[in-house]
Design a protein around this ligand. Sequence first.
Ligand SMILES: [Zn+2]
Length: 251
Amino acid sequence: MIILDEKAYVENILQNPKIDPSKMYLFLSIYARYLHHENHMKKTEIIETLHTFLGRNYPRYNPADWAPHLEKYADRSDKFPLCKCPGIWVTQKEAASVEGIHDKVLERLAFTLLCLAKFQNYRNPDNHNWLHYSNGEIYSMACINTTSFEKDLKLGRLRELGLIAYAKKINNLSIQVLYADGDSENALFVSDFRKLGYEWRLYKGEKYIRCADCGILTKRKNNNQKYCKDCSERSRNERQKIMMRERRKKG
Ligand SMILES: [Zn+2]
């Protein structure tokens, strides 16, 4: 998962600590860097703060299980500054290049590559539109379900169209986006990289909404819909628990 604004990400979770247990490791590694760079904490204080957070917010928290991880996060907390990217702009020329592909799946893939390259440019101004992510990560952000064979073929199609270039470095495939063009008016601002494929669909006029709780883009199934599937299931479960408790009290 790519987090553009790590400072805002940590502060949102601290305010509202509903966190998916599978994302806990990622959160703690960023939180450790936050405590170092924003709060100027020493290593021992960072470890203590992370333990306190887990004690309050992780089911069946066992300090001994977590200790080696927290030690590692605190050790590395000074390595990288926090990323505070508010989002990236896609220009009209760039959007036109993507639309010019005239293939819905390839357009989502090309749009995703463009956003990733622009984010890498933000992090390193000498980047020149390169990106280094695994195929799995790219396709997941592009919201495209396909086999690994098809993944290579689709990227190959974009290369045949002259839209991307490859550089093979040992085991890692790097891709350069050749249709990035900052020299035209801004067309759309992208500040959430979780569902880049849906951002493109929304731009193309398809019916998508941002969940009123977690903010993720989700396909709109009816006019009253406010939440994504996960958030509406969670709030339904919470309502049921409250109802059961009320019934037990009455009984
Ligand atoms: Zn949601």
